[in-house]
Write a protein of this length. Structure first.
Length: 113
């Protein structure tokens, strides 16, 4: 089962979901903007991605700048910002067992199959 953090308004998110479905994946869709992940859930995903928090963020969003965040902001502060403003979470994002992938490009999601 793949947990898929999805924003249906995002073309990359829709493309990633379609790609997983075309490849027969069992998917549980989570509309993360409506069902925001907690800071603990975000930390767990970061551990599975093995990347710093900034790599999981949409740095071009206005909330990123409004919150005074930068690439030098601590991971703890970035995680809290993502929990407070889920629009800052890079999308699409998929989690399967002890692995996770950011679907940029969408084909990166295939590593979870």
């Amino acid at each position: 089962m793949i947990e898929y953090w999805h924003n249906p308004r995002c073309s990359k998110s829709r493309a990633g979901l379609a790609l997983l479905e075309e490849n027969g994946a069992q998917i549980e869709v989570r509309r993360y903007l409506e069902d925001a992940p907690s800071a603990e859930e975000i930390r767990a995903v970061l551990a599975k991605l093995s990347v710093p928090a900034i790599e999981m963020m949409r740095t071009g969003e206005k909330q990123f700048k409004e919150a005074g965040l930068s690439k030098d902001t601590s991971d703890d502060a970035l995680v809290q910002a993502m929990a407070d403003h889920p629009i800052l979470i890079e999308r699409p994002l998929a989690i399967a067992g002890d692995k996770a992938a950011i679907g940029r490009p969408p084909e990166a999601l295939l590593d979870l199959l």
